[in-house]
Design a protein around this ligand. Structure first.
Ligand code: ADP
Ligand code: MG
Length: 289
């Protein structure tokens, strides 16, 4: 099977394209997303992240250029439903996505609308709720759950449609740190099980979890690479007004002060602790790093 899941070819998009007050939002974007990849999209407010995300499941159509999902052109209305099944979207506010009065009803809503018959529907709901670790809470009303739990309900609702790809547009930005961690764990497990993940985030620590980071600026790709490659480009990041993850900044501060360079650059707390430990064992007791 083709390794490429999504292909974006030189896409331009403007809001109110035909009006005098048109707002250009995407200005020539080309990228491919491979099946099973975990990609983070970052960039300053207004850089075009959400506009790009909405092109990936035909919620928006390019003013110029093409988007293909599993080879299907998103501008062809015959493919719209199939594309929306392949690419599921999770937005910032779980409460705008939850429609059911009970957790399990909410999760059943999407596949029910796709016409999934009863026995299969029950199985899908259970599988989706197990994936987000909410099976025990299936009879609860969603509004009694925490923010993180409600976002997991929203994710389960999308998973029940069995998408190959999950696009999360700032899906953790309204959550407290503990709830964010819960959602990120779920995302990590889904990726490990084969789901393609496209995570839009303004938390660089989250972006560092991805296999590849795409940085947008002014509706164009400004920088792209592995987290190591992207976060090592300090000057470029500064120009783009992006701040690397805290562990990377600490490592750079140590480097500036002591000359000790951590290679590769630690991007997580665990990596920083390991890097410091590896250096510390070469320092005599009571010595200075
Ligand atoms: P991001 O998600 O990176 O913050 P957006 O994709 O939301 O960026 O926005 C890109 C550009 O398009 C910005 O200039 C923004 O003001 C504009 N824009 C976004 N949504 C709309 C809309 N519904 N109507 C008009 N302009 C919009
Ligand atoms: Mg946005």
């Amino acid at each position: 099977m083709d390794d490429v899941l999504i292909r974006v070819e030189d896409v331009y998009f403007a809001y109110r394209a035909d009006e005098p007050d048109a707002v250009p939002a995407l200005n020539g974007i080309s990228l491919t997303i491979r099946r099973g990849e975990y990609v983070a999209i970052v960039g300053h407010n207004g850089s075009g992240k959400s506009t790009l995300a909405r092109h990936l499941n035909a919620l928006l159509l390019p003013t110029r250029g093409k988007v293909y999902v599993q080879g299907m052109d998103t501008t062809d209305p015959r493919h719209t439903l199939a594309i929306r099944r392949i690419v599921g979207m999770v937005f910032q506010d779980p409460d705008n996505q939850i429609v059911g009065t009970l957790v399990e009803e909410d999760v059943a809503f999407g596949p029910e609308n796709l016409g999934v018959p009863r026995p299969a529907l029950v199985q899908r709901v259970e599988k989706a709720l197990q994936a987000v670790r909410l099976w025990e809470l299936r009879h609860r009303p969603p509004h009694l759950l925490s923010g993180g739990q409600r976002q997991r309900v929203a994710i389960a609702g999308v998973l029940a449609m069995e998408p190959a790809c999950l696009v999360l547009d700032e899906a953790t930005s309204m959550l407290d740190p503990a709830s964010r961690a819960e959602v990120l764990q779920v995302v990590g497990r889904l990726h490990a099980a084969g789901t393609t993940i496209i995570a839009i985030t303004h938390f660089m620590e989250e972006a560092a979890l991805a296999e590849r980071i795409i940085v947008l600026a002014g509706g164009k790709i400004a920088l792209e690479g592995t987290p190591q490659e992207v976060f090592s480009q300090r000057e470029r990041l500064r120009e783009l007004r992006l701040v690397p993850p805290t562990p990377a900044r600490l490592a750079e501060a140590v480097h500036a002060r002591s000359g000790v360079a951590f290679v590769p650059l630690p991007l997580t707390r665990t990596a920083l602790v390991q890097a410091v430990h590896a250096h510390a064992v070469h320092v005599p007791a009571g010595g200075r790093l």
